[in-house]
Write a protein that binds this ligand. Structure first.
Ligand code: PLP
Length: 409
């Protein structure tokens, strides 16, 4: 019997995708850091929009358009509450965390960073929190500095502090690493960045499904996340930004919906958040994300965090018992992500073999090639767990790994 603080079996019934069979076997889905399954409530919200509520938003006086606009803006309010932002106008809809980070690099970076200014990131960033800053540095002649992590995969905070200087204008850091599971001390990082007068962006792509987030208490300037990693639809994400900063920033993309008035001589931009939402948005995605917020709140992030902690401890022990298996990422503060390598079996081979047992894990560099370089491996296998996973599923993974080892002996 799995000891749990809530009824996992009952919750699993909310996710139809968990019921599929792969190669004739019940699916064991351990790839939640790549994307999460959607509860029926989210599927219903999206279906309902397309089945009986389809309309564009913000543009129509007809009833359907007003209903869609209301549902769309209600979702914005739910997201505001979910991450405890002060105002709904601080919630900007994007395609995902990637676009949210690009928006800040392009708009804030383009307007306020100058030659010689410094940007600090960490060695464990996802490529989406590296490349936009590299491009910005190349175009504005800024300097990109990288804070290292230790062999447990923990940010070396003192080294980060040493990188801060009067020229530091921006810090961009991941809250929870997707390839290591490390939970970074972001509150300390934020406070230290602010002491130098720098703004700070937190990449929360892997955070919002694991930990309760309070952007006001954190006092971060920007916070980015993706809907599909928090049980919502894909193609929708969020940039939170402090109102006073967003107001100062120029638009990122231009077109319909982001203007107050247009003549051939001059365009005046509209107010937040619409200034950053040019064109027809992903209406169904936004409505689905609102439903995901409701769903996660109903399960309770504190319950989720506690249960995942239990799963992580169980999984760490179980995987560590496999002869030769090396865990990559053993930070003291971790989310439920288990990356590992095995001698003599390439992760892709392992991924293929466990797939034959119906088990989905991710193999590769996880869009964190510098992390792979640090550990001297080309790739890892990664099991990423969420609240609908069970200890029995971890046991199945261990059994499948042992079987793969036999084949490669
Ligand atoms: N940041 C981290 C830590 C991630 O894990 C990911 C996706 O894996 C991203 C950013 C990018 O998210 P998306 O591809 O949804 O934009």
């Amino acid at each position: 019997m799995t000891k749990t603080i809530f009824n996992v079996k009952k919750l699993r019934a909310d996710f139809p995708n968990l019921g599929v069979r792969i190669h004739g076997k019940p699916l064991v889905y351990l790839d939640n850091a790549a994307t999460t399954f959607k509860p029926q409530a989210v599927i219903d919200a999206v279906t309902e929009h397309y089945a009986s509520g389809t309309s564009n938003v913000h543009r129509g006086v007809h009833t359907l358009s007003q209903q869609a606009t209301n549902a769309f803006e209600r979702s914005r309010d739910k997201i505001r509450d979910f991450i405890r932002a002060e105002k709904s106008c601080e919630i900007i809809f994007t395609r995902g965390a990637t676009e949210a980070i690009n928006l800040v690099a392009d708009s804030y970076g383009g307007a306020f960073l100058n030659k010689g200014d410094e940007i600090i990131i960490s060695e464990m960033e996802h490529h989406s929190n590296i490349v936009p800053w590299q491009i910005l540095c190349a175009s504005k002649e800024c300097v990109l500095k990288v804070a290292p992590f230790n062999d447990q995969g923990e940010l070396i905070y003192e080294e980060f502090e040493k990188l801060l200087s009067p020229r530091t204008k921006l810090v961009a850091m991941v809250y929870v690493s997707n390839s290591l599971g490390t939970v970074n001390p972001v509150k300390d990082v934020i406070d230290a960045a602010h002491k130098k007068g720098a703004v700070i962006l937190i990449d929360g792509a892997q955070t919002v499904s694991h930990l309760a987030v309070d952007v006001k208490a954190l006092d971060c300037d920007f916070f980015a996340f993706s809907g599909h990693k928090v049980f919502g639809p894909s193609g929708i994400g969020v940039l939170y930004g402090k109102e006073k900063l967003l107001n100062r920033m120029p638009p990122y993309q231009c077109g319909g919906d982001m203007i107050a008035s247009v003549t051939f001589e001059k365009t005046a931009y509209t107010v937040l958040p619409y200034k950053f939402e040019a064109g027809t948005p992903n209406v169904a995605g936004v409505i689905g994300l609102g439903a995901a917020m409701d769903y996660v709140r109903s399960v309770g992030l504190d319950n989720i965090a506690e249960y995942e902690h239990e799963l992580l401890a169980y999984g760490t022990k179980a995987l560590s018992s496999i002869d030769g298996l090396r865990l990559i990422g053993t930070a003291e503060h971790k989310a439920s992500i288990l990356s590992f390598v095995l001698p003599n079996i390439h992760p892709h081979d392992l991924g293929t073999l466990v797939d034959e047992e119906g088990i989905a894990i991710r193999t590769g560099h996880h869009c964190t090639q510098p992390v792979m370089k640090h550990f001297g491996v080309p790739a890892t296998s990664r099991a990423s767990l969420t609240f609908y996973n069970t200890k029995e599923e971890i046991d199945k993974l261990v059994k499948a790994i042992l079987k793969a080892k036999e084949i490669f002996k």
